[in-house]
Design a protein around this ligand. Structure first.
Ligand SMILES: Cc1cc2nc3c(=O)[nH]c(=O)nc-3n(C[C@H](O)[C@H](O)[C@H](O)COP(=O)(O)OP(=O)(O)OC[C@H]3O[C@@H](n4cnc5c(N)ncnc54)[C@H](O)[C@@H]3O)c2cc1C
Length: 401
């Protein structure tokens, strides 16, 4: 069928196309063959990490001055989409590197911190993790207990962080915590903690429905010494500024989360399309049934809508900015819901085989289910979108001017 030759508003540059091709190649050759294995055995996808490191993909958003690629959210989304298309457990490692602590250090860190950690991020020598959630403070992050107390010219950190992706394997954790005198969102800042420091223990890992290659850890910090140079962002008891900066920075992670959902859903959709052309029911293939063609149409509509919303959010970030909050929340919620719908329908289209662990679609469904909770749940995105729009905020573009 001939396609119209208009202007593609989301056309990729030659460099971006090359990056996508590289990510797809690594994903297909190195990640795909082991995806089921990591899931079944619940083992860390070390071979995926090595493959991504060898392909120099792990440092693409790290500051160029420290050996990284210095790329932005558009490129991060391209790679995450391609990796998650075959294995979300492996893609999430790249997500931590692209949109987690290394990016925050590149943007907000002091020189000592950058010199120490960014070369390790650029080469993929070490994994980094993020400690925000606590057992009593997930969505209600303003109820966090993690606290610094003064200790000479530095601090001591006491905290218990829950659901830290990769926390059992990472070298350092970006910990959100209260500075002395902090109440509510005033005085919340962040420190970078060397996970080999005295007082840090991994209390365990969660046993989960999906994303079973990369565990979520519980990390305990007991009187851990924090130097001034370990402070990423100082919290002041009189100000919410640092908290707002940290929340804004999560928009990188939310866009990465959306990109993984879109990639995973793309993988499930492609699998279902291939299956429908081959599977015969009586004398006809599944692809012949109009009722099932409509399912493919609905899956495509949802997926492409989410993809375009993500494109808007990441392109608005510019080269080194932060994706804007409203467009990011819209994209994250849309991508989470699209992925849930698409993966669920893919299982349905495969019938009994869709429900079988021998076929990949049920794994993809279980994996993306976690992404609808991590980086701020769908409900929290909708709280923000609703209050923002009711308060007069307008997403960029179209009739909202
Ligand atoms: C796969 C995965 C990876 C994760 N990785 C990390 C990580 O690396 N670092 C980290 O710090 N955390 C991580 N998390 C934790 C995640 O951020 C929290 O699980 C999430 O913020 C929700 O918090 P909670 O689990 O305490 O649920 P709760 O906050 O208890 O929420 C329970 C339910 O109530 C809803 N809800 C809560 N408040 C409201 C409200 N005001 N209005 C409407 N609905 C509401 C929620 O949407 C949810 O459906 C991860 C989680 C998952 C699943």
């Amino acid at each position: 069928m001939a396609r119209s030759q208009g202007i593609d508003p989301f056309a990729e540059t030659e460099d971006q196309q090359a990056l996508r091709a590289l990510a797809r190649d690594v994903a297909t050759r190195e990640l795909l063959p082991n995806a089921r294995h990591w899931d079944e055995t619940e083992t860390f996808p070390q071979a995926s990490w090595e493959a991504l490191r060898k392909a120099e993909l792990l440092g693409i958003t790290t500051d160029e001055k420290y050996g990284g690629g210095g790329l932005g959210d558009v490129e991060a989304a391209i790679v995450l989409e391609e990796l998650a298309r075959v294995d979300v457990s492996s893609a999430i490692l790249a997500q931590l590197m692209f949109n987690g602590p290394p990016r925050a250090i590149s943007h907000l860190g002091n020189d000592t911190m950058k010199d120490r950690w960014l070369p390790l991020a650029a080469t993929g020598e070490q994994l980094f993790c993020i400690g925000i959630s606590e057992t009593e403070a997930g969505s209600a992050v303003n109820h966090m207990r993690a606290r610094l107390s003064p200790d000479g010219d530095g601090f001591r950190l006491n905290a218990y962080k829950n659901y830290v992706t990769g926390g059992h394997m990472a070298a350092a954790c970006l910990v959100w915590c209260r500075f002395p005198g902090s109440e509510s969102t005033k005085g919340i800042g962040a420190v970078l903690v060397d996970l080999t420091a005295p007082g840090v223990t991994c209390a365990g890992t969660h046993v989960k429905m999906g994303l079973r290659g990369t565990s979520e850890a519980e990390l305990a910090f007991d009187d851990v010494r924090i130097e001034k140079s370990d402070v990423l962002l100082w919290g002041s008891e009189n100000s919410t500024d640092s908290f707002k900066t940290l929340i804004a920075h999560i928009n990188h992670e939310r866009c990465g989360n959306a990109a993984m959902c879109i990639g995973a859903a793309q993988g499930a959709l492609e699998y279902a399309v291939g299956y429908m052309s081959e599977r015969t029911v009586g004398t006809r293939t599944l692809a012949d049934f109009q009722g099932l063609q409509w399912k493919i149409a609905d899956m495509t509509i949802k997926l492409e809508s989410a993809r375009m919303l993500l494109q808007r959010a990441v392109r608005l970030a510019g080269e080194h900015g932060t994706p804007p909050p409203l467009e990011t929340a819209i994209a994250k919620a849309a991508a989470n819901e699209a992925a849930k719908f698409v993966c669920d329908e893919a299982i349905q289209l495969l019938g009994g085989y869709g429900f079988s662990r021998e076929y990949p679609v049920e794994r993809i469904y279980r994996d993306i289910r976690g992404l609808c909770i991590g980086a701020g749940t769908v409900e929290i995105q909708k709280n923000f979108i609703g209050t923002a729009v009711l308060g007069g905020a307008k997403p960029v573009g179209g009739a909202w001017k």
